[in-house]
Every structure is written in structure tokens, then in C-alpha cells.
Design a protein around this ligand. Structure first.
Ligand code: NAI
Ligand code: MG
Length: 796
């Protein structure tokens, strides 16, 4: 036999990892698991248990308790009881616990890896080398943040009891992403694993016991959607953190709208994997394997849409098919297999239906000829070519080992195709040209961009989506803000903070007739004054009840025009931070020049003393300076991940941001909200104070003379809450801020769910805009941006 023949005929023998330690662990528990509440194991109130199975052989592994509402109450109560002690022990003690948990995870890493593989169907190679090491890393990393919280986040405090709901695709890893930062920041948690994969979470509960974690700090309740819903709706929970389908993410967003509960949502994706013609195609092939066949493609950020430059498309498809022929589908515990089992037969069915639909819609389907097991929940690696961008399989998340390929001719087309999705989780870019990569990276709407790599994760880097992929980040410093809130929030008032009225009251207003009294103020759209579409105006009275003028009553059409004008104005977002700062300083200068006029206006509208009005104008000028200063200083970061990369955490503008201003402090409230948004490069559609709109409508004169590009600021006046509702519903608005009452806050959160726009509302809690601690600062910048993490190989 020649050596070449040996190579050609050689097959890998099976190299199975032993399942014995898992069976011993299961036996020790009689294969039955209770709920982990208040540090002990509690039988479910319902008495109901459901099965968890091994998808590679469809055999039952264990019976798992199903938590009902009473159990959820108990768990939330336990977490609430544990909270004060957990906060009071301070960051250093919490760091010790997190560190101890990390150590325990490493100690039991093989048991965790085998258990995860059996419960989920993942290859042992992945659980052993990726999932579990990353879990330990997450706890180590966040032990560090617990230690540093009091110095690095000294203006922040815990949020409280956190409800956490996770999916089945990375069961223990998602648990660690949720629990580690929450505990580090002083919160206590109630976590619900996915019903297909509860076991590693239950083993984790035992680790918490062994680490001596105080009772009630971590509670694990098992169950399905109804259990999750009970947790979401529980009034004792201050925040919900969810990873899962966009559909359920939207249900949750709507369910808690207006409740004041914070929320972070890590949802689905249809992430592009873009290959330019100068890419190293052999590396690309391995990248594709990691992008779509890692974890059987059940990855929210899977590179499921392969976009290839036309000149190399056929070559790449041919290479891919050769590689696909080599992929071994089989027993997840076999160290030699590439693709394990799909989590459940339900998911196999979903995948199969979508694949059939792809074929029915005329896309070309290809699967390798190699045999694959038929007993368990398996699905072969699948490639679709000849796919139109509107095909169902090009738009819907398949969440399986199915790759959908399309080609492009120009870089512009590549970006358009990449962004032709409602999602925005991740993107992989492949080119040997760093200039090209860094030209495309900012144009793709995605929370993570991997350059010549894919599916890289680390605790030090934030991860999370744009658009319908959800909001919030997990990991990195940016992820901590999901679990900590500014201390100053506790000082907000239940009523609007108003400036005292002048004793002279009505007399002042009578004496201060503005010269424009007979005129109806116009709106400001696309850099021009605009009359309202409906032709209506609204009378405005001062706070003593005297009529002072008319304001245009904007409607849906006006808002549409404003949003369109904002989108058309790319000049603003394209400017450097320095250039934006110059414009903001110019605005401040022009406001200062008109100081007297604005003081008059404020006195006329609010009946405040002239000296108070002057203070509001001066504070406004000062605040513009603050954000001009920040425009080129709100830097990103270069994260130190464990891979050989620089991971650039770049704050990007949200896009078109709708801002509904507070009624109180009519000038300063307008400035305090619009300026940070502008400083960060957003185009804004602003609804000024409904009761005192004129200092905003006067402001167009300042904007006109300050080199603000047309469309960067658009002002629509009218009924605040009606306009807010329209903007919340609007599909082309990327984010919305609302400062008003409770009811309006709820409506905005509820209505903004359709396109998952970022929303920031005040739940009827009012700031004192004159107080810089409440009225300005980084928190405004954070809400005006979202972080994109760009992974670039470095020092490799
Ligand atoms: P799912 O979104 O229903 O489940 C995720 C978690 O949410 C589970 O723990 C589940 O019990 C819980 N849940 C379900 N309904 C709930 C409700 N009304 N309130 C609170 N919690 C609730 O996802 P599922 O059904 O397991 O998978 C369906 C599809 O979702 C997949 O085919 C895939 O496309 C997508 N998916 C995306 C994931 C991601 O990481 N982005 C993860 C899992 C699924
Ligand atoms: Mg299972």
C-alpha cells in the first residue's frame, strides 16, 4: 500500500468521550431535579415535571421541575431578601465569590462539557474547548469588575432583582453572560434556563452552593414559556434580561412597557458573511465552517448569509462543497465529529420546512452525499445558491446548518445586501485589504463586525444587536451598564421641576407682549420653516393662563416629512467629532448673541423672574459647551480580549433619533436633550415643550446661522403625546427619547416595539434640568449611541 493510498482511505475511528460521570451525577439525583430557590432545592408547587432529552439519541436524561407562579414568587422574594446583604458586602467580597465560582467551573469543566453536550447535542469538542472555558472566563472577568465597581463606576449602583431568561443554544454560556455581570454589580437574580437544556444550570446551582454563595443571590427556576412570562410580569423584578427569539423579545418588551423595568434583549439575526474578491479563499472556507456549522448553525450571530463578490463566487462555492463533503455529522460525544445534533425534533422540523420553502421558491439546494445518522435529531450541512435577496430563506432566521449564498458586483451592493435585513447582530468581512475592511465595517448595521474571522466571543468585548436583533450589550465595560443604574436616578422627582413664578405673575406677562404675538410660529423641517400640513394651529397660554400666541399643530404627515428630511441629511453624521463640536460652539455663540430675546420669551411663556430666565439661558449656553466638548471626546475603547485581536468598541450614532422634550424648562430641556444627540452624530426630529414651544421655534434662527446642515435638526410642534405615539410607531425612526408623564412613557415603549427602536423614557420621573448632576452627562451620550465592536486580527 502506498502512502497516498493510506491517506485516501484513512478514516478516523470514533473517539468517544465517556458519558459515565454524567450518568453518575444524574443517578445521584435520581434523574429528577427540583427548583433552586433561596439556596435550597424545592419541589415545584405544580407537582409537574417535564423531560429533558438527549437529542442525539432522543432518550430521556432527566425529569425537571416546572415552576408555577407561586414558585416564581418565592424565587423573586428570595432574591429580594438577599439583595441588601449582597449589596452591602461590597465589590471586593462579591469579587471573591465570583472568583470562587470561576474556580469551581474549571474544576468541574469536564462534567459540564459532557453534560452540555448530552443535553443540547453540541459536539464535545465545542463544549470542552469553547463553551465551558468561556463560561469560566466570564466569571473571572466579572470578578474583576466587582472589585473595581467602587472606583470605575462610582456613580452607579445595582438595579435590584434581575429576571433572566435564556435560550437553549449556549445554555451555560448564556447563563454566565447573564449572571456574572449581574452579580458583579450587586444585583441578585432569578434565572430561567430554556426548557430543552436546563441541566447545566442546575449543576451550576450546586456550584453556587459549594462556593458558599449567600442564599437567594442566585435562584434557578426551570420551566417553559409560561414560567418565563410569570417572571417577566412579576412586580418584584426590576430588570429583565432575555436572549432568544425576536418574537418572544417583542412580547416581553410590550409586556413590561411603562413598568419602569429595565430590559436588555439579545435576539435573532441573519448575519452577513461578506467575501471580497481579494480574500484568501481557503481561509474563507474555514471561516464559513465556523460561521454556519459551529453549533449546528444554532447561533444567533451565525454567518448565515454568504455574500460573495461575483468574480470569485463559483470558485468559492466549489471549494466549499469539497469542504462540506468532509464534514462529519454524528454522535456529539465523539471527539472526531464536526456537526452534532439539533437541539430538538421541533427545531429539526423548523429547519426542514424552511429548506423546503427555499427549494419551492426556486433556490438551488446542495447537500453533501456523505451519510449522516438518522436516529437522533440530525440535519446535514446545506448550501443554497441562486437565492434572491427577497427569498424567505434569505430573510428568515433558520437557526440550523443552512447557508444561503448570494453574489454582488460592487462594494455598494455588498453593503446594501448586508443591510437588507430587519436584523443587525453581526457581520464577517473577508478581504486582504485593511482599507476596504475598515471602509465597509462602519457601513454595516451590526453590533459586531469580525474582520477575517468569525464567531469570536470574549467577556471583554461587548456583544449585542442593532435593529430587531435587540438592544443592550453583554460583555465588556459597555455590558455593565445593563446591570447598574446611575445613583442620581434615585433623586428624580415625581412632579415636574418648575422654576418659581414671578410674584408679579400675570402682570409680568401682560407687560411682556412678544412682538410676534399675532404670528403663528412655524415648524422647521429640512432646514426650512414649514407650515403644518393640516393647516391647524394651537393657542398657547402662559402659566398664568394668558393667551400669548399660536403654534403650528403638526400631524403624521409633518412627522413623515421630518423623518425623511432627517434621513436625507447624511452630512451631519458624516462629519468628524471635531467638526460637529465647531458647529455646536457656533450654536452657543449665536444663542449668546440672542440672549435677551430668549430671556424675554421664557419670561413670557413661564412667568418666571427675569433673573431665573437669564439663568436658564446661561445654563443652556453652558450645556451646549458641554456637548461640544464631548463631541470629540466620547471615545470608544480597544478591548483586551483573549484572542489575538484588537477589538475596537466604537460608539456609533443611533441614526434618526426622535426626541420628545420635557414641558418644563422649555429652552434648557430642549438643549439638554437635542445637543447630546447632535454631538454624537444623530439626526433629530424634535417635539419641543407642548406648553411652552416658542423658545424652540425661535431656535431655528440660531440653527440657520450656525452652519447646521439642513435636516440635522427638525422641529415639529403640536400635541406632544400624539406626536410621540406616531414617532414611536414610525419604521424609519431608529430611536426615541421621551420626557413626560407615565402614561406617555408606557405608550412610547409599547409602540416602539414593532421595529425594536431604542427607547429611553422617564416613566414620569422628572429631572431638574438646571442641576448638571441630573440634566447632563455621559448617560445622555450613551443613549445617543450604540457600540459596534470591530474585531481585527492583531499581533497574530
Ligand atoms: P424562545 O424565544 O421561545 O425561547 C427562549 C427562552 O424564552 C426560553 O427560555 C423560553 O422558555 C422563554 N420563553 C418563551 N416564551 C416566553 C414568554 N412568553 N415569556 C418569557 N419567556 C418566554 O425560542 P425557541 O422557541 O426556543 O426557538 C425558536 C426560534 O427562536 C429558533 O428557531 C431561533 O430562530 C430563535 N432563537 C434565537 C436565539 C438567539 O440566541 N437569538 C436563541 C434561541 C432561539
Ligand atoms: Mg435536552
Amino acid at each position: 500500500m502506498k502512502i497516498k493510498e493510506i491517506y485516501d482511505t484513512m478514516v478516523y475511528g470514533p473517539a468517544p468521550e465517556s458519558a459515565n460521570p454524567v450518568h453518575e451525577w444524574l443517578d445521584a439525583h435520581d434523574s429528577t431535579f427540583q427548583l433552586f430557590i433561596d439556596g435550597t432545592w424545592k419541589a415545584p408547587g405544580s407537582g409537574v415535571y417535564f423531560d429533558s432529552m438527549n437529542p442525539s439519541n432522543k432518550k430521556g436524561l432527566a425529569k425537571i421541575a416546572e415552576a408555577n407562579e407561586q414558585d416564581v414568587n418565592d424565587a423573586v422574594e428570595a432574591a429580594g431578601k438577599a439583595l441588601p446583604g449582597w449589596v452591602a458586602m461590597g465589590g471586593h467580597q462579591r469579587a471573591r465569590y465570583l472568583y470562587a465560582i470561576a474556580r469551581q467551573i474549571q474544576k468541574y469543566s469536564r462534567l459540564f462539557a459532557v453534560l452540555e453536550s448530552m443535553d443540547n447535542g453540541k459536539p464535545i469538542r465545542e463544549t470542552r474547548d469553547i463553551d465551558i472555558p468561556l463560561v469560566a472566563r466570564h466569571f473571572y472577568y466579572h470578578a474583576g469588575w466587582a472589585q473595581l465597581m467602587e472606583t470605575e463606576l462610582k456613580d452607579y449602583k445595582e438595579i435590584g432583582v434581575i429576571g433572566q431568561i435564556i435560550p437553549w443554544n449556549f445554555p451555560l454560556l448564556m447563563l454566565s453572560w447573564k449572571i456574572a455581570p449581574a452579580l458583579a454589580m450587586g444585583n441578585t437574580v432569578v434565572l430561567k434556563p430554556a426548557e430543552f437544556t436546563s441541566l447545566t444550570a442546575l449543576l451550576f446551582a450546586e456550584i453556587c452552593q459549594q462556593a458558599g454563595l449567600p442564599k437567594g443571590v442566585v435562584n434557578i427556576i426551570t420551566g417553559a414559556g409560561a414560567t418565563g412570562a410569570a417572571l417577566v410580569n412579576h412586580p418584584g423584578v426590576q430588570k429583565i434580561a432575555f436572549t432568544g427569539s425576536t418574537e418572544v423579545g417583542k412580547i416581553i418588551r410590550r409586556a413590561i412597557a411603562g413598568s419602569g423595568k429595565k430590559v436588555s434583549l439579545e435576539l435573532g439575526g441573519k448575519s452577513p458573511f461578506i467575501v471580497f474578491e481579494d480574500a484568501d479563499l481557503d481561509s474563507v472556507v474555514e471561516g464559513v465552517v465556523d460561521a454556519i456549522w459551529f453549533n449546528q448553525g444554532q447561533v444567533c450571530c451565525a454567518g448565515s448569509r454568504l455574500l460573495v463578490e461575483e468574480s470569485v463566487a463559483e470558485t468559492l462555492y466549489a471549494k466549499l462543497k469539497i469542504r462540506m463533503e468532509q464534514l462529519i455529522v454524528g454522535n456529539p460525544l465523539d471527539k472526531c465529529i464536526d456537526i452534532g445534533a439539533i437541539v430538538d425534533k421541533v427545531q429539526v422540523k423548523t429547519i426542514d420546512e424552511l429548506v423546503k420553502q427555499g427549494v419551492a421558491e426556486g433556490c438551488a439546494m446542495w447537500q453533501p452525499a456523505r451519510d449522516f445518522p438518522t436516529e437522533g435529531c440530525f440535519y446535514p450541512p446545506t448550501l443554497f445558491t441562486n437565492v434572491s435577496p427577497s427569498a424567505t430563506i434569505a430573510q428568515e432566521e433558520i437557526f440550523g446548518p443552512v447557508l444561503v449564498a448570494m453574489s454582488f458586483r460592487s462594494h455598494k451592493e455588498a453593503v446594501a445586501l448586508a443591510n437588507n435585513t430587519r436584523y443587525g447582530l453581526a457581520c464577517s468581512l473577508w478581504t486582504e485589504n485593511i482599507n476596504l475592511a475598515l471602509d465597509i465595517a462602519p457601513q454595516v448595521k451590526a453590533g459586531t463586525v469580525w474582520i477575517n474571522c468569525t464567531n469570536m466571543f470574549d467577556a471583554a468585548s461587548g456583544f449585542g444587536g442593532y435593529r430587531e436583533s435587540g438592544f443592550g450589550r453583554e460583555g465588556g465595560k459597555e455590558g455593565l451598564y445593563e446591570y447598574a443604574k446611575p445613583k442620581v436616578e434615585d433623586t428624580f422627582s415625581d412632579k415636574p421641576v418648575l422654576t418659581a413664578k414671578s410674584k408679579a405673575g400675570a402682570a409680568v406677562s401682560a407687560n411682556n407682549h412678544h412682538p410676534d404675538i399675532d404670528r403663528t410660529s412655524k415648524m422647521y423641517i429640512g432646514g426650512k420653516q414649514a407650515r403644518p400640513d393640516g393647516g391647524y394651529s394651537m393657542p398657547i397660554k402662559n402659566s398664568a393662563g394668558a393667551y400669548i400666541g399660536e403654534v403650528s399643530e403638526g400631524n403624521r404627515k409633518d412627522l413623515r416629512n421630518a423623518v425623511e428630511a432627517a434621513h436625507a441629511s447624511s452630512a451631519w453624521s458624516g462629519m468628524t467629532g471635531h467638526a460637529r463640536a465647531q458647529v455646536l460652539y457656533y450654536i452657543a455663540e449665536n444663542l449668546a448673541a440672542r440672549r435677551e430675546e430668549f430671556v424675554q420669551r421664557l419670561v413670557q411663556m413661564t412667568n418666571q423672574n427675569k433673573s431665573d430666565a437669564l439663568l436658564e439661558v446661561e445654563k443652556s449656553i453652558e450645556r451646549i459647551f458641554t456637548y461640544a466638548a464631548y463631541a470629540d471626546k466620547y471615545d470608544g475603547m480597544a478591548h483586551s480580549t483573549i484572542q489575538r485581536n484588537v477589538t475596537l468598541a466604537m460608539p456609533e450614532a443611533i441614526g434618526v433619533l426622535a426626541i420628545i422634550c420635557p414641558d418644563e424648562s422649555p429652552l434648557l430641556g430642549f438643549i439638554s436633550t437635542v445637543m447630546p444627540a447632535l454631538a454624537m452624530g444623530n439626526q433629530v426630529v424634535v417635539i419641543p415643550s407642548e406648553t411652552a414651544p416658542f423658545s424652540a421655534t425661535d431656535f431655528y434662527q440660531v440653527l440657520d446661522t450656525s452652519d447646521v446642515p439642513a435636516g440635522a435638526v427638525n422641529i415639529v410642534t403640536g400635541k406632544k403625546d400624539e406626536l410621540a405615539a406616531e414617532l414611536a410607531k414610525h419604521d424609519n425612526v431608529d430611536g426615541i427619547w421621551y420626557f413626560g408623564n407615565k402614561e406617555g412613557s408606557k405608550k412610547v415603549e409599547y409602540l416602539s416595539t414593532d421595529n425594536m427602536k431604542r427607547s429611553w423614557v422617564n416613566y414620569g420621573k422628572y429631572r431638574n434640568w438646571l442641576d448638571p448632576a441630573q440634566g447632563e452627562g455621559e448617560v445622555f451620550l450613551r443613549h445617543a449611541t450604540q457600540i459596534k465592536n470591530i474585531w481585527i486580527p492583531y499581533g497574530a
